[in-house]
Design a protein around this ligand. Structure first.
Ligand code: OAD
Length: 232
C-alpha cells in the first residue's frame, strides 16, 4: 500500500462549525493569544485559561465530523495513512481515522501543570461533564491543565511527524495557514519527488515549488483529490 501523510489545520473543522484562529472572526481576534495560549498567560490567570478551554470543549461536544474528515478516514481502505493534525479536536478520530498525531495536544485530555508532557499524568476528561476547574488535581498533585501545546512550549510529537515522512509516497495539506512553526516546517521534510497537494479555499503562502493547489473547502477538496488524483 502507498503511504499518505496528511497535515491538517483548523480549516479541516470549519465545515463542522468550529472557528479558525486567523482571518476575519478567527479565535485570536476575540481572545488575546498571550493570555489564553501561553505558559505565561496560564501562570498569570489560570482560571481564565481553564474557562477558555472549557468553552472550546463544550463547543466540540456539540459538533460532528464533516465529510472531509470522513473522506480522510476512508483513505485507509486503500492507503497506509498518517494524519498529522494541529487541531486539538477529536473529529478525525470520531470520523474513523486510526493513526492521528496531535502536534498541539488534545482538548479532551488534561495533564500536570508541572510536567505537561509526562504521559503518566495525562488523563482523558469524561464527557459531557468535561470542565476543568481550579483545584482539580493531576496524579502528581499539581493543578490539572489542558493538554494543549501552548506558544513557547516544546512540540514533542514533531519527531513522530517527521519520522512518518521517511517513506511517504503522497503528502496532503488541508486547512492550515502554515503560519505556526514547527508544524508548518513539516513541508520541508517531504522528500523531493513526492507529490504534494494543498486543499484550502483561500490563498496559502507555500514556500515549496510544485505543490498542486486544490482551491476548495475541505470536503469538496477531498472529493477532488480522491477522484482526480488518487484514483488513477
Ligand atoms: P489558521 O486559522 O491559521 O488557518 C486556517 C486555514 O483554514 C486558513 O488557511 C483558511 O483559509 C483555511 N480554511 C478556511 N475555511 C476552510 C474550509 N472550509 N476548508 C479548508 N480550509 C479552510 O489555523 P491553523 O493553520 O490550523 O495552535 O493554525 C495553526 C495553529 O495556530 C493552531 O494549531 C493553533 C493556532 O494558534 C495552538 O493553539 C498552539
Amino acid at each position: 500500500m502507498k503511504k499518505i501523510v496528511i497535515l491538517t489545520g483548523a480549516g479541516m473543522s470549519v465545515e463542522s462549525g468550529l472557528s479558525t484562529f486567523r482571518g476575519g472572526g478567527g479565535l485570536w481576534d476575540n481572545y488575546p493569544v498571550d493570555m489564553v495560549a501561553t505558559p505565561e498567560g496560564y501562570a498569570a490567570n489560570p482560571g481564565l485559561v481553564l474557562e477558555f478551554y472549557n468553552k472550546r470543549r463544550s463547543e466540540l461536544l456539540n459538533v460532528e465530523p464533516n465529510e472531509g474528515h470522513r473522506l480522510v478516514a476512508s483513505l485507509e481502505d486503500n492507503f497506509n495513512v498518517t494524519v498529522v493534525t494541529q487541531n486539538v479536536d477529536d473529529l478525525h478520530e470520531r470520523a474513523g481515522s486510526t493513526n492521528v498525531i496531535h502536534l498541539h495536544g488534545e482538548l479532551m485530555k488534561a495533564c500536570s501543570s508541572r510536567e505537561p508532557h509526562n504521559l503518566n499524568y495525562v488523563c482523558t476528561l469524561p464527557s459531557p461533564d468535561s470542565e476543568l476547574h481550579i483545584g482539580d488535581k493531576a496524579a502528581d498533585g499539581t493543578q490539572l491543565r489542558p493538554y494543549i501545546v501552548w506558544f513557547g512550549e516544546d512540540v514533542p510529537l514533531m519527531c513522530d511527524a517527521i519520522q512518518a515522512l521517511d517513506d511517504v509516497d503522497i503528502f496532503v495539506i488541508i486547512g492550515t495557514s502554515l503560519n505556526v512553526y514547527p508544524a508548518a516546517g513539516l513541508l520541508n521534510y517531504v522528500p523531493a519527488g513526492v507529490p504534494i497537494y494543498l486543499i484550502d479555499p483561500n490563498d496559502v503562502n507555500v514556500t515549496r515549488r510544485g505543490v498542486v493547489v486544490i482551491k476548495k473547502g475541505a470536503s469538496e477538496g477531498m472529493r477532488v483529490l480522491i477522484d482526480e488524483y488518487l484514483s488513477k
